[in-house]
Design a protein around this ligand. Structure first.
Ligand SMILES: [Zn+2]
Length: 210
């Protein structure tokens, strides 16, 4: 589903995958679960997007429901894989995780805060995992937030503490986002918030007493 011009949402079995049109092709934000592969390929067919048009898969973080489908999606597309430097050991399977496991993959592009990857700006927002990132698309005024927050009934919510490695750090990362300029928030769980993304973020911050 094209939710904004050039931004496509593929709903996975657990989390969202976004395809973003950039100059020269598409960026895939996350890769879903291993089982989401069929959903993604079916979507590409229906949208008339060639698999090889996906130039890079950027991971918001290394949890199974975001990175589990990575290996197959890379094989299909030939895309490069980009992730924050601190997430790389988990993706390569060098460091164990308490979460569900998936086939390890190598990372081609290591990201740091402030980097730009195919036109998307990297904002390091640690807490949920050490190398969680948000991706800001300044031309489309949208931000892809991974599991920093999720959407429920039109509002943004803090991820349940149980799911985050450092919930307090995650909260500090939520507060950091108000410094950026965007209108639309694209969460990995729930629906995108179109037009009033900043307002929804401010509301969450005030609910959290920050
Ligand atoms: Zn997660």
């Amino acid at each position: 589903m094209e939710i904004l011009k050039g931004v496509f949402l593929v709903r996975g079995e657990v989390s969202n995958v976004y395809l973003v049109k950039v100059s020269g092709g598409y960026v895939s934000v996350d890769a879903g679960t291993p089982g989401d592969y069929e959903r993604i390929t079916a979507y590409l067919r229906s949208a008339g997007i060639e698999a090889s048009d996906i130039k890079v898969i950027v991971l918001t973080h290394s949890h199974w429901d975001h990175a589990g489908g990575l290996k197959k999606l890379r094989e299909l597309t030939g895309a490069k894989i980009a992730a924050h430097r601190e997430e790389v050991p988990y993706l390569r399977g060098e460091v164990g995780t308490s979460r569900r496991r998936f086939e390890p993959v190598d990372v081609d592009i290591m990201l740091d805060d402030g980097d730009e990857v195919y036109g998307l700006r990297v904002i390091h927002t640690p807490g949920h995992t050490p190398g969680s990132i948000c991706l800001l698309n300044t031309s489309q005024r949208s931000i892809f937030v991974g599991d920093l927050v999720y959407e429920e009934q039109g509002r943004l919510r803090e991820m349940h503490h149980h799911y985050s490695k450092d919930p307090h750090m995650n909260r500090a990362s939520i507060a950091k986002l108000v410094n950026y300029d965007f209108d639309h928030v694209m969460p990995s769980h729930g629906n995108p918030i179109i037009g009033r993304g900043r307002e929804a973020l401010r509301q969450l911050i005030s609910e959290l007493g920050m």
